[in-house]
Each structure stands twice: as structure tokens, then as C-alpha cells.
Design a protein around this ligand. Structure first.
Ligand SMILES: [Zn+2]
Length: 492
């Protein structure tokens, strides 16, 4: 099986185009010049110092939420390997996760080019980081006709976000990709994780660290948001001095310290139903694997981004699992229906609007609305679903170039608070209020922009406001419409 190039012997699946959009729209864009169609890799000079002499072999690149996400494995002449995940934000800042035997940690490079490497300590302590749950393990190994997604809600303690020097979306995408790279490396091709929501929470009286109490508190705190966003799993990013992370097994919640970016792939393995390498009992197969040279995600210490499987060999030609004793690939297959089926996904498009950490809290995001434009063009505008939020009817023209929306978001006590947002629509060079349908060229692509400004909300108390805004793109020319889901985490 081993053809000389370790880790690629297994016939790495080509998943480049698997996860371009959060939801498949009813109409697919006919345009070919959007960034989604031709993602541009981040310059290697950005991470050159972090990977040293290793060669980065990219196995996936995609654009998600306007961010360019790429990942793959690292190869050196002596065969040692590791992995690299690189996420570039629309403003050019980069969040990268390096995981190699001699170096691992978090690399952040801000939009001005200032870089920082936070080394992840190797923790060999064999701490029990699992809280056994009453969730039933999946046993359904039916191969689905289509690729399925585990929709993830990433939640941050505000303190943590301040420490990260990365934005909440970029870090969440990088963490998500550590799991997706592990799945690809292990030839688990039917399922992957997808970032579906981000929420940030300010100071709390509750314990929100990686203790068992912290894990319970996160799960309770996130419960209503998980229902709101229709997400499957909770991934909390916290601070704390204790364990690197903790997870329910099997389950749907983990808590992970910000300074240990390889931990989430480990905890997600517990959520899937996996147990530690050292606990192999010779009877069950749901364990990670240490073959003496390479440790998979569910081991302690220096781990590689793999889930145990007998079907893939490491750089030394050694199998990364055993069908009887260490087969996390099978655990993932059997638990895919459970992990992807906690909530039916929201129909339509999904976009994230998240305040950055730091002095500025303004946030703005643009969503390209996929349109199949007929020969005669098509008029399209965006409306609210309730008059309390914004206009619910399309109009032909407007003097205003944007629409003020009043959106109920949730404060720390989970009470609804009205927050003002601005929305506009752009076709070609023409920008209008969001519900204008006729003005502007009916032949151009349509972008929808949404913006949060603290200055629009002078009476809003200081704090974090999370929630979901549902809008709808529609046309006066036909019955066509498309739901738009905007996941918001705004900071005042
Ligand atoms: Zn563990």
C-alpha cells in the first residue's frame, strides 16, 4: 500500500470543492468569477518560519464566509510529518495551526503583517477529559448518497477572544479544519464539520473553563442558541489553567482552551464516541491508536491529525489503527447520522456577522446572492419577515442607500434586546436600500451587505448580543425567493 510518499498512500480524496457554501441554494450561481470558484492560496512566506524546512502539501482549499481555508500535511526529507491549517480573512489577517512533531501551536498574522506564534505545550498528563453521557452511540453505518455536515456552533468567552489575536470566525474556521483534515487524512469521506454559527459571551459568574462544571455550564448556556441556529455540535473556546479540553462522550459539546489548537480534534473524537489510545481493551474498536511512531488524535502527547484507522499507513509504513481495537473511522461512520442529525439545517443562505475583539466593534459582511439571471434580467430585493424588524415589501426605488433594521438579539441573560443594523443591496455600481427591487441593472450580480455599528445603538448597554436575523431575497418578476440567515454576535 505504501508507495513512498507517506500519508498520501491512501489515495487522499480530493475534497477541494466539498464545502463551498453553507447551504445549497435553490438556484446555483452561473457566475464563474466569484472567489469561491478560484480560491487563492495564502502566500507561503506568511507561514515559512513556522514550518521551517518542511514542505506543505495542500490537500484542500476553499472559500467559506469570505475566508480562504487551506490545509494539508507537512513533509520533511527524513519522513517526519505534520500538518498545517491556514485561514486568511477578507482583511488579509491569517490564523494558522501548525502541528508537527517538533513544533506546534497557533500562528496569527494581523492585517498589518505583525505575526505571533503561541506554542502549544505538549501535555503528556493522562488526565481524564471525558464526561460519559447517556447519549446512545450510533450504529448506523449506512453510506449516505451525499456528503453530510456536522454544523458547529463556536462559542467564545470574551476574555479568550481577547487573548487569541485572531478573529472569532477565522479561529473557528481553523479549528473546524483540523477536524476536517483529520477526517480526510483518515479517508473518512462521508462527513465533515461546517462552521454554522459564532457566539461570544461576556463576563459571567458561571464557571466556563475546561472543568466538568465548565463543560456542563457551556452546554446549558448554548442550549437555546443551538436550537435557534439549528446547529449540531457546540465547540466552546475558553481560558483556564486546567485541562486542555473536555468533552461529552458520546455527545455534542466540548470545551477547549484557546492556547491548545490541536485539542479540538481530540475532543471532537470524544464527541464522536472515541476513547483514548491508552485505554484500548482489545474488545471494543472505538479507541485512538499509538503505533509506536505516530499517535492519532485520541492519544495523549504529540498527536498527528488522524483518526485511527487500519486502512491508512503512516510515514513509517505502520497502520494507524486496527479493525478490532482502534477504528475511529468506523466510529465516525456509525455516528455520522447522530452527529449530523441533531437539528435540521436552516434552509437558504447563511452568513456570519461578528464584532472583532479589540477597540473597534464595528462589523460588516457581504453575502453574494446566487442568481441564475435569465436573458431578460431579473429584479431582486431583500425583505424582512416582520415589520418590527424592517420592510417586508419590495419597492421600486428609494432615495435612501441603506435600510435601518431593528433586530432582536439576546443579551447575557438571554433576554431579547433590540439592536440596530444597516442593510443594503448592491448590483454593479448601484447601491440601494435592501428592499429596492427594480432600481439597478437586472443583469448584474447581487450583493447584500449588513453592518453593525455601536454608534447606531447609543442606548444599548455595554455587552455582547447574539442572535439570528432571518431575511428573504425575492423577485417581483417571479415566485423565486431565497431565505437569508444572518448569525450575529455584536459587541457594544
Ligand atoms: Zn481525551
Amino acid at each position: 500500500m505504501n508507495t513512498g510518499n507517506p500519508f498520501s498512500t491512501a489515495g487522499r480524496p480530493r475534497l477541494t470543492a466539498l464545502a463551498l457554501a453553507l447551504a445549497l441554494p435553490a438556484l446555483v450561481s452561473a457566475a464563474t468569477d466569484s472567489p469561491e470558484d478560484s480560491p487563492q492560496a495564502t502566500s507561503a512566506s506568511v507561514y515559512a518560519d513556522a514550518i521551517g524546512s518542511a514542505h506543505f502539501e495542500r490537500s484542500a482549499i476553499k472559500v467559506e464566509q469570505g475566508y480562504t481555508v487551506e490545509s494539508g500535511n507537512l513533509y520533511t526529507r527524513d519522513g517526519d510529518t505534520g500538518s498545517l491549517v491556514v485561514v486568511r480573512s477578507p482583511d488579509g489577517s491569517v490564523t494558522a495551526i501548525v502541528n508537527s512533531p517538533d513544533k506546534r501551536g497557533l500562528l496569527t498574522v494581523n492585517a498589518q503583517g505583525k505575526s505571533k506564534f503561541t506554542e502549544e505545550p505538549v501535555v503528556d498528563a493522562q488526565e481524564n477529559d471525558v464526561v460519559e453521557s447517556n447519549e446512545p452511540m450510533g450504529v448506523d453505518s449506512t453510506i449516505a448518497a451525499e456528503h453530510r455536515y456536522v454544523d458547529a456552533l463556536f462559542a467564545y468567552a470574551a476574555y479568550t477572544l481577547g487573548k487569541l489575536e485572531s478573529d472569532a470566525v477565522g479561529y473557528a474556521l481553523a479549528q473546524t479544519e483540523t477536524v476536517n483534515l483529520s477526517l480526510r487524512n483518515s479517508r473518512i469521506s462521508d462527513v465533515s464539520l461546517r462552521l454554522a454559527a459564532v457566539a461570544v459571551f461576556g463576563d459571567s459568574n458561571k464557571v466556563l473553563d475546561t472543568s466538568s462544571e465548565g463543560l456542563d455550564n457551556w452546554q446549558s448556556l448554548l442550549s437555546p442558541y443551538r436550537t435557534l441556529f439549528k446547529t449540531d455540535i457546540n465547540a466552546a473556546i475558553a481560558g483556564g489553567e486546567g485541562a486542555n479540553g473536555r468533552a461529552n462522550r458520546p455527545g455534542y459539546t466540548s470545551v477547549n482552551v484557546w492556547w491548545s489548537p490541536t485539542t479540538f480534534a481530540h475532543e471532537m473524537g470524544h464527541n464522536a464516541g472515541g476513547r483514548h489510545c491508552l485505554e484500548q481493551d482489545g474488545v471494543n474498536f472505538n479507541f485512538g491508536h499509538d503505533n509506536g511512531k505516530t499517535k492519532t488524535n485520541l492519544c495523549y502527547g504529540s498527536r498527528a491529525f488522524y483518526y485511527s484507522t487500519p486502512d491508512v499507513l503512516d510515514a513509517y509504513g505502520l497502520p494507524l489503527g486496527n479493525a478490532q481495537t482502534a477504528n475511529m473511522a468506523r466510529v465516525w461512520r456509525e455516528n455520522t447520522a447522530r452527529l449530523t442529525g441533531y437539528n435540521p439545517e436552516l434552509p437558504g443562505l447563511r452568513v456570519l456577522l461578528v464584532s472583532p475583539s479589540g477597540a473597534q466593534s464595528e462589523a460588516s459582511t457581504t453575502l453574494a446572492i446566487p442568481l441564475v439571471i435569465p436573458a431578460g434580467g431579473i429584479h431582486v430585493g431583500v425583505v424582512a419577515l416582520s415589520r418590527d424588524i424592517g420592510p417586508t415589501e419590495l419597492i421600486t426605488e428609494s432615495a435612501a442607500r441603506e435600510t435601518m433594521l431593528t433586530v432582536p438579539l439576546y443579551n447575557a441573560a438571554y433576554n431579547q434586546v433590540p439592536v440596530k443594523l444597516r442593510a443594503s443591496r448592491r448590483r454593479g455600481n448601484c447601491t440601494t436600500a435592501m428592499n429596492v427591487a427594480v432600481s439597478c441593472s437586472p443583469y448584474d450580480k447581487l450583493d447584500f451587505n449588513i453592518e453593525y455599528k455601536a454608534s447606531d445603538n447609543p442606548a444599548l448597554p455595554v455587552g455582547y448580543y447574539n442572535g439570528l436575523l432571518k431575511l428573504k431575497a425575492k423577485s417581483p418578476d417571479s415566485n423565486w425567493s431565497m431565505p437569508i440567515n444572518i448569525v450575529i454576535s455584536a459587541r457594544k
